[in-house]
Design a protein around this ligand. Structure first.
Ligand SMILES: Cc1ccc2cc(C(N)=O)cc(O)c2n1
Length: 333
């Protein structure tokens, strides 16, 4: 009956909102018991009304089918590697800014170049393809040209929306890129659980996340606590066909946040080399207390127009660099 369809739609919207507050904003507005009660009501209604099935329902996070293998997928837009700058904090950032200013033909008296600075997460890169605002495919980076379809596992990550939170229009095709990672506390808990069950333990959170993402059985992945931060885009429908474009990298990141994706809270606009150096030092000081592993910071020219002017060198963007920290001495746990 119509009232079942209306109730199912309302319950789905309510649960998606509560999950966004809990998993993405880390600011739940209802107790777990209330969420569970409504979730069970939705499950009962969906069971009684199979005609109302929807892959985007919050009840469809774990599909449960065990795959024979992972299917290779060619990226519509290659997943670029990012140049690495290993000089220590000041000179690395200054070298990048000097190169950009030279390539843009700027004189010393010209105004500072505006960058976006962000942490560089030590997880695994992921491409999330949304069509008509719905998650249709998730692909690992692979060799940059061809990755593996891990949609069944990525659907289990509550921080990744199955459907864009779109009040306004969304591009018919939108690929969101970001890093799947495991928080340190989740990693420690997983290793304790693995030890207690006589299973294998993991050397570091990155390995644990990579192992979870490449499982053939998404029920196992659903037991592994994975997280996600969005940092860029892959294919986007051309503007002429209803796509969207942003005049700056920062504006694009804020749009991703509005669509429901976690974007690193530390992301900020940095004017000139001095603010890049300050960011690198600030993140270096915070690194041990972040709750997740970073292996450096990333600087990107903020203006889209300037990015296009700078272009790419052998598929690596000239407008971006990763500024890495010295390898972290192994801390005794
Ligand atoms: C273009 C590009 C490529 C790899 C990246 C990797 C990360 C990262 N590991 O956090 C962040 C970025 O903004 C990236 N941006």
């Amino acid at each position: 009956p119509q009232d079942a369809a209306a109730e199912v739609q309302a319950l789905r919207a309510q649960l998606v909102q509560w999950a966004h507050e809990y998993y993405v904003q880390d600011a739940p507005t209802v107790p777990d018991g209330e969420y569970d009660r409504v979730y069970q009501r939705l499950e009962a209604l969906e069971k009684a009304h199979p005609e109302l099935h929807s892959p985007e329902s919050p009840t469809q996070r774990v599909i449960g089918a065990i795959l024979e293998g992972l299917t290779p997928v060619r990226h519509a837009v290659p997943m670029l590697s990012i140049r690495t700058e290993t000089d220590n904090e000041a000179s690395g950032a200054q070298a990048f800014d000097a190169r950009i200013r030279k390539e843009l033909g700027l004189d010393p008296g010209d105004p500072p170049v505006e960058y976006v600075a962000e942490p560089k997460f030590d997880g695994l890169a992921m491409n999330l393809r949304y069509e008509a605002g719905r998650l249709v495919q998730a692909t690992t980076r692979g060799d940059g040209e061809v990755g593996e379809d891990v949609t069944h596992n990525i659907r289990t990550i509550r921080q990744i929306p199955l459907q864009l939170r779109a009040d306004a229009a969304v591009p018919p095709v939108l690929e969101v890129r970001g890093e799947v990672y495991m928080r340190r506390d989740d990693f420690d808990a997983l290793n304790r659980k693995q030890e207690a069950a006589g299973g294998k333990t993991f050397v570091n959170p990155r390995n644990a996340a990579a192992g979870a993402v490449r499982q053939l059985d998404s029920n196992i992945t659903a037991q592994r606590p994975l997280s996600f931060f969005a940092y860029g885009l892959g294919e986007v429908t051309p503007v002429a066909q209803g796509g969207m474009q942003w005049d700056s990298h920062y504006a694009m990141l804020m749009q991703l946040r509005a669509w429901g994706f976690p974007v690193a809270p530390q992301v900020c606009v940095a004017k000139g080399a001095d603010e890049l150096v300050a960011f690198h030092q600030r993140m270096g000081a915070e690194r041990a207390n972040l709750g997740y592993e970073i292996d450096g910071v990333v600087y990107k020219v903020n203006s889209r127009a300037l990015q296009l002017e700078l272009g790419f060198v052998s598929r690596e963007p000239r407008w971006a660099v990763a500024h890495k920290y010295p390898a972290q001495e192994m801390v005794t746990r």
